[in-house]
Write a protein that binds this ligand. Structure first.
Ligand SMILES: [Zn+2]
Ligand SMILES: [Zn+2]
Length: 768
């Protein structure tokens, strides 16, 4: 057992690193609260958990289980390793056992949903380990053989699947699942904070379809949701299910002291775009820290964004360790996607038994990892949300022992802001999960799918929200639905569920075809194809780099091949934005903040080849691609001329000032709206024709919007203040990737005026 102090000393020992540690936050230990098992819990289940080492449950587990048992919808939002599974397995398995009739017939079923296949498989292992006599449990996913699917339909009591399978398979084929659905008593929605943005909107509508189909079989299942610690889990859970949901948020599990260090890498001697200073990569820094910790025998897990990054961290750390003592590199491993469950279990066992001491994993795999009780966790970059960050930090702490975590900032505005503003991480509650089930672009396909499942009636429309009526009318006018006395019918020959892909953002995706093999290696969203897989683009797919030979827009195919060029590419685009309608606004003195509908017009006109890793421009090539339009939602702010005059910004610097403010605000919005900076876009101009003023827009990058811009509008004060502070406090001279430069800028980060952006935002915020 190590004390937190000893661990932090280790980090900064004998180096000049102490300057990089910007803050250490100590989260005090917590004494756990155990309570008796509920009286209704069947002895066979209690015995099974006792045999696995759980003598008594934590209070929050029983609180959530009691609500579910009483038939009340409930969401349990507590930390990692707080035993959320037990809280839903207890009522669910109890119902299955209680539902069994004396004649052996099955009478209650449970549907478990997780965002990934891997997690559903892990859950199945967990349920199987309880050895409930005769329990008929199985997964239902894209890999399940036909016999298993048939068996599940006819016999299963506990089916573990994902929203995609529910959407494409279970609901369209509900008649064959009639036995299972008519007995459905619990729907478990695990890791429900993953359902955000457009994906969240899709899942919300799939769950409404599930409720409607169940109701047609006379079943009204109780929903039990499990979430990471997020703000207002009951609000997100209610929006996700369309039901009123109770929340259990008090974590009563025991936890050791955790020290969270915030770490800002130093500037390097490299020069970036437009001569900007560049910080050392978070992955390089994490590899160093991982090597030091492993050399001292500290069990450490490092979270890295990409698979390639995880492998390079493990490799670099291994090389450093071999320098200390040849052979020591064997103590470090990479844990990555594509591994079979057996391989993952073997690696987890190696870590538990101490044969492996350090491991580097991708964020994406976080869900599938079954390791609790490490000494330290390293994060190469903020994982996107505070909820996800605490989830990863929560991996540290063995049996209530002290643990340490370090968040190493990447060179971008959000990470830079966070390591310099610890209050934003620890003082404030974590963010709420943002999504909008009312998005007409998402709603339409689900109304079609619902009508194909069971014709839609007037009474059904309420379930699908206030936009459902307009949606159904538009689909009827468009010939997709047919109105008959008994309701709206789907009469098309296609499968209605094929109209929506839950993980895509609309439009037909572009297939990525490998030239040498003809194999489809993946797809790219229609919306981003022009800028990412144009002819000549270097495209990264699962950590491998490819060179795009051709993009065929008619057939939605990009032909590419494996290549390792010493450059990367970035697209140049021309973007215009027009205001279609303002939904709401509020004055800030003479400045003005608004939210509404916009039409964004993009055209990718050229691309740059840039040397790796410096980004130095090697050449520019024109592209001949058509214009595209996006109807979406945006938040925008305007500042009138007389206010601008008071800022002292020269007229010629206004475009660069607005542009810099726009970039930084896009970088910071994810802190407030659970989005990724790639989910949103922006346009800034010193004079916009629709407003007649200097205007900065930030818009949702998905048709119809995803709720992010709306969230920005609601939290504009906090969001734009954080934006201003990020720019002002950055120690660079005139703009860098940590403040105003953006990796996705269609104008090559030009013009940008760092100082002007601060003055502009001061004028805007000062007008309130
Ligand atoms: Zn900077
Ligand atoms: Zn830009």
């Amino acid at each position: 057992m190590r004390s937190a102090d000893a661990l932090s000393d280790l980090l900064v020992r004998g180096t000049d690193r102490s300057e990089r540690l910007t803050h250490v936050e100590v989260v005090p230990p917590r004494q756990g609260t155990k309570v008796p098992w509920p009286e209704w819990a069947p002895p066979v289940l209690v015995d099974a958990w006792r045999a696995s080492g759980i003598e008594l449950p934590w209070a929050h587990q029983v609180q959530a289980a009691e609500s579910a048992h009483a038939g009340r919808h409930v969401v349990l939002a507590t930390g990692t390793a707080s035993g959320k599974s037990l809280a839903f397995q207890l009522p669910a398995l109890s119902a299955v056992l209680a539902g069994r009739r004396s004649n052996g017939r099955r009478g209650a079923s449970v549907l478990y949903l997780s965002p990934t296949k891997a997690l559903a498989q892990d859950q199945l292992h967990g349920v199987a380990a309880l050895k409930v006599p005769g329990l008929a449990a199985c997964t239902h996913d894209g890999d399940s053989p036909r016999e298993q699917r048939d068996w599940a339909r006819d016999n299963a009591e506990y089916v573990l699947t994902n929203p995609d399978m529910l959407h494409h398979s279970l609901l369209p084929g509900h008649a064959r699942w009639a036995r299972f659905l008519s007995q459905l008593q619990y729907v478990v929605v695990d890791e429900c904070h993953h359902y955000r943005g457009v994906f969240g909107a899709h899942v919300a509508l799939v769950l409404r379809r599930l409720r409607r189909v169940c109701a047609s079989y006379g079943a009204e299942p109780t929903f039990v949701l499990a979430s990471a610690t997020v703000a207002q889990p009951e609000v997100s859970a209610a929006r996700l299910t369309g039901l009123s949901v109770e929340a259990v948020t008090e974590d009563s599990s025991a936890k050791g002291q955790v020290s969270l260090g915030l770490w800002e890498p130093a500037f390097t001697s490299h020069e970036g775009e437009n001569g900007a200073p560049v910080r050392r990569a978070a992955t390089a820094e994490v590899a160093d820290l991982l090597a030091d910790l492993v050399a001292s025998g500290v069990r450490t897990l490092a979270f890295v964004r990409s698979r390639k990054g995880a492998e390079s961290v493990a490799l670099t750390a291994g090389r450093l360790l071999d320098e200390v003592s040849p052979g020591l590199s064997a103590a470090v491993a990479a844990y990555r996607g594509g591994y079979l469950p057996e391989d993952r279990r073997a690696l987890e066992a190696a870590l538990r038994e101490g044969r492996v001491v350090g491991m580097a994993a991708t964020n994406a795999l976080e869900l599938g990892i079954d390791i609790a009780g490490l000494d330290a966790v390293l994060l190469a970059g903020f994982p996107g949300t505070r909820a996800a960050m605490w989830q990863q930090v929560g991996r540290a702490g063995r049996n209530g022992a002290d643990a340490m975590a370090v968040l190493v900032a990447r060179d971008d505005p959000l990470d830079t802001y966070l390591v310099n503003h610890p209050d934003a991480l620890v003082g404030t509650p974590v963010e709420a999960t943002v999504f909008d089930p009312g998005n007409p672009y998402v709603l339409g396909p689900h109304l079609c799918a619902a009508a194909a499942e069971i014709p839609l009636t007037e009474d059904d429309l309420g379930l699908f929200g206030p936009n459902a009526r307009a949606g159904v009318d538009a689909l009827t006018d468009g010939g997709l639905l047919r109105r008959r006395p008994a309701g709206w019918f789907w009469t098309d020959r296609r499968r209605a569920s094929d109209l929506a892909d839950l993980r895509s953002t609309g439009g037909r995706p572009v297939d990525l075809v490998e030239a040498s093999t003809g194999r489809v290696i993946g797809t790219v969203d229609d919306a981003s194809a022009h800028s990412t897989v144009h002819e000549g683009a270097v495209y990264l797919h699962q950590g491998e780099s490819y060179l795009v030979r051709a993009l065929d827009l008619d057939d939605h195919v990009a032909v590419l091949e494996r290549a390792d060029p010493d450059y990367f590419t970035s697209a140049r685009e021309v973007t215009d934005i027009a205001i279609v309608g303002e939904d709401t606004h509020r004055p800030w003195g003479d400045a003005r903040l608004a939210f509404g509908s916009v039409r964004v017009t993009h055209q990718v006109v050229a691309f740059l080849r840039r040397r790796l890793p410096s980004g130095e421009v090697l050449g520019e090539e024109p592209l001949d691609l058509p214009e595209r339009t996006l109807e979406t939602k945006a938040v925008w702010w305007t500042v009138p001329d007389h206010v601008l005059e008071g800022t002292g910004i020269a007229a010629s610097d206004l475009p660069g000032s607005a542009h810099a403010a726009e970039h930084a605000s896009i970088g910071l919005l994810p802190l407030f709206a659970t989005c990724d900076r790639w989910d949103i876009g922006g346009v800034s101009t010193a004079l916009h024709p629709d407003t007649g003023r200097l205007t900065v827009f930030v818009y949702d990058g998905h048709p119809g919007g995803a709720g992010f811009a709306e969230h920005g509008y609601r939290l504009a004060e906090e969001w734009l203040t954080a934006t201003r502070d990020t720019i002002a406090s950055c120690r660079c001279e005139s703009g860098c990737p940590s403040c105003v430069q953006s990796p996705k800028c269609g104008n090559g980060n030009n013009p940008l005026d760092k100082d002007g952006a601060v003055r502009l935002l001061d004028a805007l915020l000062g007008s309130r």
